[in-house]
Design a protein around this ligand. Structure first.
Ligand SMILES: Nc1ncnc2c1ncn2[C@@H]1O[C@H](COP(=O)(O)OP(=O)(O)OP(=O)(O)O)[C@@H](O)[C@H]1O
Ligand SMILES: [Mg+2]
Length: 501
């Protein structure tokens, strides 16, 4: 065993009554990919924030290369060789790739030799084994490319520890492959990688070591070869879980509820036609950026199409705004919880009841708080939202619990057509099974459901039908039972020889 480069010893941290970390310890060794797993709210992100100088521990110590350290700022953590990338990449859209990579090099002279900058950037990107032009403006990058820039930024600072907090949550399988290539290249250079993910199949593919945490406490640390997926899940949730991700027989479907014909919007998608029946679950698959979200935004009236027809229950409709969409019984659960999803500064109850506020008002226009709280309570139980109470502001919840609040908000509108973008992004395995169950229940009650998901196992277990998009176009369709990992993936990436399919 090599000496650890970073050790967290008996770290504790409380926020008010919440004990986010309870005497938690972990040691990261050079040249090792170490996975950290645990349920939503287990304390993973809090631990990372402590490593990166964003929070300070209440108790315990941090040791880097054998020396005890305290970080008051992220700059101090970076100077000690630590770097972190998060689920939402942080790049500056007005700068180009090279400028973004070297943004933290405060020691550089203010007059930059541009030629050198681009050559150096190209060299760093090259080490990662990917193709991104250093002169491209960051605003033109896909999410996956932005992440590459963040990693390049980290290694340009000679990071010896690279922390990735759910880096794959918004990537497609194809892009996850590329990320894994980068992680392995860094491991070969002796970097210690800490990898956080709710996707266990990824953890088992990439990690050398896995640490399980529950309720802020350390449960186990083992070499990956000495533990099974079932065991990890059992340790995470504190009990055995059975029958997850099994394909269910198709629900009984009714009349066509949504018919889309030749829908186009310049620069986003072209000539899209499909139907969704009552009780049917249709999944849209494809790479990030294939135009799936744009189609959903068109149906929800956020970015109306240039041409094409939309029919709801046999009647042509124009959906010019989200309010109009809601009147037609359409709900949209966004992939971007910050922008379109939830109000971080509002309480859990307020978020869940917001779109339905009218229905909680009495004749005098006063909000019936008791009814609001009662409904919010139902969703807290159904979705297992972990929060001390319903008056907590959503911004203080863990990522996965925020996601659950967003789902609750739209389920509460009792939609006829539910559009869900990445429904279980950042949600742990137990809650994910629960969300899937809820989606199936809604379908069984006759709700028409469209799911956009980059999580292939999720698509395969939920879909009655899978529609594949690539570069804004419809490229193929499978009945649920015909779809496989490979067939969907090949269409999505456009592997040669599939055009006839
Ligand atoms: N600033 C804060 N104020 C109050 N409570 C907080 C704050 N930050 C985190 N918490 C609480 O600490 C606990 C741990 O949260 P953390 O974000 O570390 O979980 P996580 O393991 O990253 O979960 P997820 O998988 O959902 O991202 C949660 O109960 C969360 O609500
Ligand atoms: Mg987190």
């Amino acid at each position: 065993m090599t000496a650890p480069v970073l050790e967290m010893r008996e770290i504790s941290k409380a926020f008010g009554d919440t004990h986010a970390l309870d005497a938690f310890s972990i040691a990261l060794e050079p040249g090792t990919i170490h996975a950290l797993v645990g349920e939503n709210g287990a304390g993973k992100s809090t631990l990372i924030k402590m490593m990166m100088g964003i929070h300070q521990p209440d108790a315990g110590s941090m040791v880097v290369n054998g020396r005890e350290v305290t970080f008051r700022t992220t700059q101090e953590a970076q100077a000690a060789g630590l770097a972190a990338i998060y689920q939402e990449p942080m790049v500056f859209p007005d700068l180009d790739v090279a400028e973004n990579i070297f943004i933290n090099h405060h020691d550089r002279p203010s007059f930059v030799r541009w030629r050198d900058l681009y050559e150096e950037a190209a060299a760093v990107i090259d080490r990662l084994g990917v193709l991104v032009d250093p002169r491209r403006p960051a605003s033109s990058l896909t999410l996956a490319e932005q992440q590459t820039v963040e990693i390049a930024r980290a290694i340009s600072l000679d990071a010896r520890v690279l922390i990735m907090d759910e880096p794959s949550a918004s990537l497609s399988d194809y892009e996850v492959r590329r990320l894994f290539g980068i992680a392995r290249a860094l491991r070969a250079e002796g970097v210690a990688v800490l990898y956080i993910s709710h996707r266990l199949e990824e953890v088992f593919e990439i990690a050398d070591t896995v640490t399980v945490m529950r309720d802020g406490k350390h449960v186990s640390t083992r070499p990956i070869a000495e533990i099974t997926e079932e065991r990890v899940v059992a340790e995470m949730v504190g009990r055995d879980m059975q029958g997850r991700f099994k394909r269910m027989p198709s629900a009984q479907t009714g009349n066509v509820l949504l018919r889309v014909d030749g829908l186009s919007r310049a620069g986003a998608f072209h000539d899209i036609s499909f139907t969704v029946s009552e009780g049917e679950i249709v999944c849209f698959s494809g790479l990030v950026g294939a135009g799936r979200t744009d189609v959903a935004l068109a149906l929800f009236g956020i970015a109306p199409p240039d041409s094409g027809r939309i029919e709801i229950a046999g009647k042509p409709v124009t959906i010019a705004s989200p309010a109009a969409a809601q009147r037609h019984g359409i709900a949209y659960v966004s992939e971007d919880r910050r922008k379109l999803g939830i109000a971080m500064a509002e309480t859990i109850t307020a978020n869940i009841t917001l779109p339905m506020l009218d229905s909680y008002c009495n004749a005098l226009g006063l909000v019936d708080k008791r009814a609001e709280t009662a409904d919010a309570e139902v969703f807290r139980e159904r979705l297992d939202i972990r929060a001390a109470d319903l008056d907590m502001t959503v911004g203080t919840l863990s990522g996965g619990n925020q996601q659950k609040v967003m789902l609750a908000k739209w389920l509460n509108t009792k939609p006829k057509l539910l559009l869900v973008d990445e429904p279980t992004r950042g949600i742990d395995i137990g809650a994910k099974a629960e969300v899937h169950r809820i989606i199936r229940d809604l379908a069984a009650q006759g709700v028409a459901i469209v799911i956009i998901s980059s999580d292939l196992p999720e698509v395969l277990s939920l879909a009655d039908r899978v529609i594949v998009m690539r570069e804004g176009r419809f490229v193929g369709e499978f009945q649920g039972e015909e779809a496989t990992d490979e067939s969907v993936m090949r269409l999505a990436v456009g592997a040669s020889g599939d055009e006839a399919a």
